[in-house]
Design a protein around this ligand. Sequence first.
Ligand code: AMP
Length: 289
Amino acid sequence: MYLFKRSNDLKKHLDLVRKSGKSIGFVPTMGALHNGHLSLIQAAKKENDIAVCSIFVNPTQFNDPKDFEKYPVTIEEDIKKLNDASTDILFLPSVDEMYPEGLSGGLHYDFGDLETILEGKFRPGHFQGVGKIVHKLLDIVQPAKLFMGQKDLQQCLIVRKLLKIIDSPVELVVCPTEREASGLAMSSRNARLSPAARKKAVAIYQALEHLKQQFGKGLHFLEGAHDAFDDLKTQGFDPEYVDILSLDPDGNLHPLNQPPADNDTIVAAIAAWLDGVRLIDNMIIRGNI
Ligand code: AMP
């Protein structure tokens, strides 16, 4: 595996790769890698000639400086995992390398309502930060395909919009959420949970499963979401949202407050704090994203 820290060096290398007719699959990450990330590398390898992974904890997408400081960094282990997964290239830039102009200002993207619901409501500015870094990374890597996880569904939808806004030819591939045997969605943040909290955290997955089943039985979905919120609270979580939403053909999410049309894709999404750790998960209740 090649390791690059400078974008110009990586660009030069990848120019040659593209000139030789090889396709590039790209997996951007913030490190503290787990099997969810590695499943994206696998998909990138399968669908392209080479897989490029980036590890960069992007300061502009953290609205909470404490969260940024506490974000787990396990670079030695990450390099080993990427090597074992036959990753071709790791891009490991510094903050100065990615933001030579400084962290504030820069482009502003019009993501519409998608930016202000769910994650956007509780993490103001988050998706502008995501947009900035993905745009910068795509300019450097210029992949054929970009691989992201359904675990961060709203992020996938934002990036899909970004690709349209910047008129990018890159194809976004959304990969399924990898879970622990218990059902808990794999996440770098799980590393900060105590063993007891990690066990308890499965309740988020169980709530999503329950909502899916309830929906299938035609029970009232809004009450279901309400009950799930209260249930998580009773169990010691501090939930931010438990929402059921429909996804329209333009890639926008709408909170459901009336029965959906027959062919709308329906998703359930949860964000909840447990033991000082913010966890998110989602599930497709019906349809495809
Ligand atoms: P992160 O390092 O958390 O920014 O995640 C990097 C990429 O890995 C994003 O596209 C995430 O959606 C994806 N990812 C994170 N967790 C999982 C998971 N459990 N299953 C699949 N993909 C994931």
